[in-house]
Write a protein that binds this ligand. Structure first.
Ligand code: CS2
Length: 490
């Protein structure tokens, strides 16, 4: 029997929480680039709560940059979708009404630029992943060899990439006398607002120099820290949505109960009352961001590499492995030790909560998903804290182990000998750097020599080099799990 597709709030089962407002009575105010699972589980939910609490024309136009599946999922549903929260307290579904419409930029580039130029749009937010920007993390400069950056610099009036779209739509707004929007980066990048500002301004400098000064002087790029563990939706997610709501929902997303959002309050063109959904506005987001990137994301990367190589497909399976779970706890404490105290936050308690979140038996978060794009994640998650640990004369061992696990992952075979794709934009470069390398020291030397990755403070530090090479050597000789056990006896 075929089941009805979700298209209005009345369609869903009685137990499902509905938007506390009538979506069609609220206009749009936000354009969001990259309308994937994380946005659906995070910013769109805060916006839903904000509209329910204080009203306002703050619904979201989603712009997808890579394909048409989000548009095909959302538009027949009038933007509605179910948020499924899974935790100890059970499973609950909530219908979210904050997304109005999705534009597939690949199919309708003019509509995407039109939406970004629309005077109603006062915020452009982004979750496009680290690799989509084309900004070098260390220098903040744009990478002219990045495919989207290179293409958009050639044809800046018809852009398809992130920086190109932002710059061209800001140009159109300036030329037409429309107030600029605020750019809100919600990716896990260090000082994400400042970084994107630097990339946008530099791109504009190359594409239209007078525009660069106007952007630098008129556009706000608040920094923000986002947190919610959200696995990629699967067929099971859609089955669960059907079971809970009684309708077919192709945009459903499942996530953990925990959610955090810390935002710098710099929105000259206004913003939704996100505090209604629990967002925290802070004058300085950097300490929160460092805590999250180093404690959560750093431990995540470490456990993803070590877990995946030892045959654990899911984060929760890694946490069931006694040795690896101890290693996670050790990593979290080492990361906390690199942080300056943050008033009101107890790092030990935050760390214990993290372990519990990783253990959540109801969330199937793949280690392989987290292992992706290592070259863009390592700097802020593992390399910067490692440098600071060394400077403060703290034990760099946990970071060296994590970096060695990434290097072991770069070798392309699990401990059982199964091959996999690295899924990293620098994959080809890594393969060619490692050709013929067998020994831990050799592999470590070659990966340390890759440009723009592991900086001189670590590369030239003999203690660090030694720790990484010997951890890697143990992983290659004994297998990652045994090497992890040995890490405690060292
Ligand atoms: C993860 C993050 O995939 C990854 O690299 O570490 O997506 C993580 O789940 C989120 O940052 C949690 O907020």
């Amino acid at each position: 029997m075929s089941i009805r597709r979700l298209s209005c709030s009345e369609d869903v089962a009685a137990g499902v929480a509905k938007p506390g407002y009538d979506p069609v009575r609220h206009g749009v105010g936000i354009a969001h680039l990259g309308i994937g699972a994380f946005h659906r589980a995070h910013q769109a939910v805060y916006t839903d709560s904000a509209i329910a609490a204080e009203g306002g024309n703050w619904r979201i136009i989603g712009i997808s940059l890579r394909g048409t599946s989000a548009a095909a999922a959302f538009n027949p549903q009038n933007g509605l979708y179910s948020l499924i929260e899974r935790g100890e307290e059970g499973v609950g579904a909530r219908l979210i009404g904050s997304i109005a419409h999705v534009v597939a930029a690949t199919r309708e580039p003019a509509a995407a630029l039109g939406a970004l130029r629309d005077p109603a749009i006062r915020i452009v937010s982004l979750t496009v992943t680290e690799k989509a920007y084309g900004i070098d993390l260390a220098s903040g400069l744009i990478d002219p060899t990045h495919p989207a950056v290179a293409a958009d610099l050639k044809t800046p009036r018809t852009p398809a990439g992130v920086l190109g779209l932002i710059v061209e739509s800001l140009r159109r707004r300036r030329d037409d006398g429309i107030e600029p929007f605020t750019v809100l980066c919600c990716d896990n990048l260090p000082r994400n607002g400042m970084l994107v500002r630097s990339g946008v301004v530099e791109f504009a400098r190359r594409a239209a120099p007078d525009l660069a000064d106007w952007i630098a002087g008129n556009v706000a790029f608040p920094n923000t820290m986002v947190d919610r563990i959200t696995p990629a939706p699967t067929a099971r997610t859609l089955d669960e949505a059907r079971r809970l709501t009684g309708v077919e929902d192709l945009a459903a997303v499942e996530t953990e109960p925990f959610s955090q959002w810390v935002i710098e309050d710099a929105f000259p063109a206004g913003r939704p009352a996100w505090e209604a959904g629990g967002a925290l506005f802070a004058a300085d987001v950097a300490p929160f961001e460092k805590m999250k990137l180093r404690m959560l994301n750093g431990a995540h990367s470490m456990l993803a590499y070590a877990g995946f190589l030892s045959g654990h497909a899911l984060v929760r399976d890694v946490m069931e492995d006694r040795v690896l779970a101890r290693l996670v706890a050790r990593h979290i404490s080492a990361a906390a030790a690199t942080l300056a105290p943050l008033p009101g936050i107890d790092f030990a308690q935050y760390g214990a909560e993290l372990e519990a979140r990783f253990r959540n038996p109801y969330i199937a978060h793949e280690t392989y998903q987290i292992a992706m794009d290592g070259t863009l994640k390592l700097p802020q998650r593992l390399l910067q804290p490692a440098e600071e640990a060394l400077r403060a004369d703290q034990d760099p061992g946990p970071f060296a182990f994590a970096v060695a696990a990434w290097m072991r992952y770069c070798c392309g075979k699990t401990d059982k000998g199964e091959a996999y794709a690295l899924r990293d934009p620098r994959e080809a470069e890594i393969w060619s750097a490692l050709e013929g390398a067998r020994e831990g020291v050799d592999i470590s030397d070659r990966l340390h020599a890759m440009p723009n990755l592991i900086g001189p403070a670590l590369s030239r530090n003999p203690r660090w080099r030694n720790e990484v090479a010997s951890a890697l050597d143990a992983m290659l000789r004994l297998g990652v799990s045994t090497a992890a056990g040995a890490a405690f006896d060292a």
